[in-house]
Design a protein around this ligand. Structure first.
Ligand SMILES: Cc1cc2nc3c(=O)[nH]c(=O)nc-3n(C[C@H](O)[C@H](O)[C@H](O)COP(=O)(O)O)c2cc1C
Length: 322
């Protein structure tokens, strides 16, 4: 059951949980205490994607948002952390969980987990130089859950208190079961209680896990909160009948459409952005396949809006109501 000292974090999902989504969620269903923005990749050339760089900017975010960086280079991390400090960001997170071979094979993301000596050097230097609070998101390992056991003493020594574990291995990418036991094995070894992440798909999942691990107070939820934007507030005890759900979702969708259409170069990528959200939103509806097929077929903004008008009238799935 949700308790007053529980903290719900909206997970970073690249291409989806940007500030437009986060703000629209906060303005409608609500339920997240904080979030981490999707990672920004640093490059040797120093070139940074402007849109990603500004995503965690304090002045445009309604939800407390930690920024996230994917890198193995201290200087590049510190460079972005300073820019984010100047944008009012309070905390910055190092991504040590990204599973994609293109990233991990270059000793970044979960690829770092095979090299505890590199992790020690990287985290020690970041801790020394980082101008704002430094946090870490990690997996149990890349190949094997014994890997995190070598990282934990480093986390303890550096007193990194905001630490999230996605209870999977890098080699699983995002599939297969989460390893709750593997997560539990870390608890007595850590000086700080970590944030749990992985496969919380329903209120029942949250209640089961929070009963099983009463010492855990921070819970990060990703994909299920994109498929059912009411989930975080439902975990807190809010309930939705079909009418209330539909009204909130229409409002959320309206806000997102408006924001995407009114930002710079908006029209060119509006449909692509919205399609990425609908990859998840389709699950709200009873006939999700039919809904998504129609959305994919819309080739112009007008066609898309016509389809959305139809979609928003469709039956909402029992699975998202409570
Ligand atoms: C498409 C996609 C993009 C993701 N992007 C990021 C990211 O930018 N940074 C990060 O730390 N994790 C990222 N993740 C991982 C999620 O934050 C989260 O750890 C994972 O989905 C497990 O939580 P969930 O089961 O609640 O979704 C991504 C996951 C997916 C599926």
């Amino acid at each position: 059951m949700f308790k007053a000292d529980h903290h719900l974090v909206l997970a970073p999902i690249r291409g989806v949980t940007n500030y437009i989504f986060r703000n629209a969620l906060e303005d409608t269903f609500g339920g997240a205490d904080s979030s981490i923005s999707p990672y920004i990749v640093t490059k040797e050339s120093g070139e940074l994607n402007k849109r990603q760089l500004h995503d965690p900017d304090f002045s445009i975010n309604k939800m407390p948002t930690t920024s996230q960086i994917l890198t193995k280079e201290v200087d590049q991390f510190i460079h972005v952390a300073k820019i984010h400090r100047d944008l009012g960001v309070k905390k910055v997170n190092l991504n040590m969980g990204c599973p994609y071979p293109m990233v991990a094979n270059r000793t970044k993301g979960s690829g770092l987990l095979l090299h505890p000596e590199r992790v020690e050097k990287l985290l020690t230097e970041i801790k020394e130089k980082c101008p704002i609070e430094f946090t870490v998101k990690i997996r149990l390992g890349r190949e094997c859950k014994s890997e995190i056991k070598k990282i934990i003493p480093i986390i303890n020594d550096l007193e990194i208190n905001d630490f999230t574990i996605h209870a999977r291995l890098g080699k699983q990418i995002y599939k297969g079961n989460v390893d709750i036991e593997g997560f539990e094995e870390c608890l007595p070894l850590l000086n700080t209680v970590p944030c749990y992440n992985g496969d919380i798909k329903s209120v029942e999942d949250f209640n089961r896990l929070s009963t099983r691990m009463p010492q855990v107070k921070r819970w990060m939820i990703g994909r299920a909160a994109l498929s059912n934007p009411a989930l975080l507030s439902q975990i807190r005890g809010d309930s939705y009948n079909e009418q209330k759900y539909r009204a909130k979702f229409i409002q959320m969708h309206k806000i997102m459409s408006y924001e995407y259409l009114n930002r710079e170069n908006a029209k060119s990528d509006y449909l692509q952005r919205m399609r990425e959200h609908w990859l998840y939103f389709k699950d709200i509806f009873e006939e999700e396949h039919k809904v998504y097929k129609k959305i994919k077929k819309a080739k112009t903004i007008d066609q898309f809006h016509e389809v959305i008008e139809w979609v928003l009238d469709q039956e909402i799935s029992e699975s998202v109501l409570n």
